[in-house]
Every structure is written in C-alpha cells, then in structure tokens.
Design a binder for this molecule. Structure first.
Ligand SMILES: *Cc1c(COP(=O)(O)O)cnc(C)c1O
Length: 367
C-alpha cells in the first residue's frame, strides 16, 4: 500500500478494544461473566416490542427511514427521569456519545482527562479525535478528585468520570463530584458516565448537577441494567448548548427504527429495572463475601460486577484458566493496568456459586 495514504495522527496509537470473550473451545454453553451484561436479559416489554416489530408492520415498514429527532425515545426518557427532553441526545450506545463529545470538543493539542482505571473508551475516543489522553492517579481504586484537579490544565477540554466506575466498581460521593465540577478550568466539560447508576437505589447519576451547572453532562445506557447490550442505545442529558453541538456531529439516522421502538418500551418497563437491581444486589453481596472468604481482595462494588484482586498476575491467570476449563468467562484486566485482578460480572446466584467454588479451589491449591 502506498505510504502516502495514511490515517490522521493518533489513530495508529489506538490499542484495539477487546470485548469480553463470548466463546470457549470445547464448551457448547458458557457462563459469560465478562461484559457486565444483565443475567436476566431484557425485560418482557422490550421482548414484546421486538416481537411486535418482527411480526407486524415494523418489518414491512423497514423501507422507511427512522426518525431523525428521536422524539419518542426522548419523550420516554423524559417521562421516566423527569427531565427536559430538549436537552437529551441519543446514541448508538453511550460509546457513541463519548465519541461525539471527543470529536466535538477535543482535537490536536487538547487534553482529555480521566482517572487511572477509567473506562477504556475515553482514551480510545480521545485518540480517535487526535487529542491527548491524560490519566490521573486513583487512591486505592477510587476516583481522586484532587488528582484530577491537579492534572487539569488550560488544555483540558473534557473530563470523564464514571460513577460508579468500571472496572473498579467503586463510587465517590456527589459532594466530591460537585467539588470537581466547581474546580475545573472554565473550558473543561465534565462528563459523568452513569452506565451503572440504576444499580444504586435512588441515585440520579448526577442529573441534579447537570441541572445546576453549565459544565456538566451525564451519559446513560440501556446496555447494563436494561439488559440490552445488543440493541445499542445510550443517551445523554446536558446543557442545551452542548446538546446542540453534539447534534451537529450525530448522524441523522444513527438509531434504527428497531432501536428507537424497543428502547422506548424498555425504558417504560421500570419493573424490570427494579427486579434486576434487587437480584444484582443480592448476588453481589453473596459473591463479594464468598470471594473474600476464599482470600481475594474485593472492594465494595456499586455496579453489576466485582473486581477480584489476587496476590499477583500469575494467580489471576491461574484462576482465569481454571474458570475457563469450567466454561466460565470473566474479564482479564491487564489492559486496565490491573493484571493481578479479574473483573467478574455478577451473574445469577448459581453462576456466582460455581465461580466462587472454582476460585476457592484454585486458591486453596496454591497455598
Ligand atoms: C458499559 C459501559 C458503557 C456503556 O457502553 P454502551 O456503549 O452504552 O453499551 C459506558 N461506560 C462505562 C463505564 C461502561 O462500563
């Protein structure tokens, strides 16, 4: 290939995102605990909407382009969250909104800030936009507001904080987030990633802060508690001026008619959200205790996964290998700078019991 044909600066520095494994040779059925998916799957309302589309006019209507303004999906979001639909933007997962933010607000010479164990897409999207990713250290796997403020500069354009964070599962109190929003340089926009917000009863993900300030936007997703990772629907709520900017880079038909219809039905099914939150809290409690009893370090997680820390990368790899032999897939954390840890999605109680038994056996054999 000609050397003259080359991508924009920064693109070749992107380390390809590796999704959680989904298949294992020799195992017809696997227990997939590698991508923070809801083990209950999508709710009945989402499934019914999908079926209705497949059987009814939805299928015959596929020659029609979908709505460009997502009015009905935004109305469902506004109804469920009691917010202003004009200040909502919808994307192909919240990943797409992260990309819009980087594309619209950061370019060569600009910095995109996040914390040490922040979600990998922040770095990838910053690099894709030609901006410089900057990571601030965490304190004991918790977002450190002082470290973020110290790392912010006149070049910082975006600051991403997931609360609770993935892969650590930890969360910091809202007054800390407010202190961050207050202390950032004036040209920096704070992005609160609320991918796991629904797992905490009564938590608004930072919605009130978005309403109180002009420099905060919140992203949310249907991929986690709604059990719709395969559908690809995310959204954000922010200052009107920011939403107007993001809508300029958003493709007019970024969401298909299926995403729009099923997404709206899923949002209105809060019974499923409630049921999923309860099941997760119960299994997470059990799993955390069982992993601690087996001798691993586990912080209290607020999400639908736990980060299990071992005495080194070798032990983590041995546990991972033994789990794979049993057909159980978890996420290795080398890519996040945590090679001694495994991130384990909270599955069903039965999944958790199987996983804990294998872990305890491997650790027992190694001591
Ligand atoms: C899973 C996850 C997302 C959601 O990604 P989607 O593109 O909406 O599926 C966003 N942020 C964090 C921190 C996540 O863990």
């Amino acid at each position: 290939m000609s050397d003259a044909i080359r991508p924009q600066p920064g693109i070749m520095e992107i380390a390809l995102y590796e999704g959680g494994k989904a298949k294992l040779d020799g195992h017809a059925e696997v227990v997939k605990l590698s991508s923070n998916e809801n083990p209950l799957g999508p709710g009945t309302a989402a499934q019914d909407a999908m079926r209705a589309l497949a059987l009814g006019n939805g299928a015959a209507g596929l020659h029609r382009y979908p709505s460009t303004d997502h009015a009905e999906l935004r109305a469902a979001i506004a109804e469920v969250h009691d917010l202003d639909p004009a200040r909502v933007i919808c994307g192909v997962g919240s990943d797409e909104i992260i990309a819009f933010l980087c594309q619209a607000y950061a370019g060569p010479g600009d910095e995109v800030l996040y914390s040490e164990y922040g979600f990998l897409m922040y770095k990838i999207s910053a690099q894709a936009a030609g901006a410089t990713p900057v990571a601030a250290p965490e304190t004991e796997r918790h977002t450190d507001v002082d470290a973020l403020l110290a790392a912010a500069s006149e070049r910082t354009r975006l600051v991403f904080v997931a609360n609770p964070n993935n892969p650590t599962g930890t969360m910091i109190p809202m007054p800390e987030i407010e202190r961050l929003a207050e202390g950032l340089p004036e040209q920096a926009l704070l992005v609160l990633d609320g991918a796991y917000a629904e797992y905490i009863e009564g938590f608004d993900g930072g919605q009130a802060l978005v309403e109180a300030r002009a420099n905060v936007i919140m992203t949310r997703t249907l991929s986690k508690i709604y059990g719709l990772g395969g559908l690809r629907v995310g959204w954000a709520y922010g200052p009107q001026a920011v939403i107007d900017v993001l809508n300029r880079v958003r493709g007019p038909f970024n969401l298909s008619s299926l995403q729009l219809e099923i997404g709206a039905a899923a949002l209105r099914d809060q019974v499923h959200v409630e049921r999923s939150r309860k099941a997760n809290a119960e299994a997470r409690r059990w799993l955390t205790d069982a992993l601690r009893d087996a001798g691993t370090g586990v912080d209290e997680s607020q999400g639908n996964f736990v980060l299990a820390r071992f005495d080194g990368a070798e032990t983590a790899d041995a546990v991972d290998a033994a789990l794979q032999q049993e057909g159980i897939l978890v996420r290795k954390m080398g890519g996040y700078g945590l090679p001694q840890a495994l991130r384990i999605t909270v599955g069903t109680m039965r999944d958790c019991q199987r996983l804990a038994a294998v872990t305890a056996r491997v650790l027992g054999e190694r001591t």
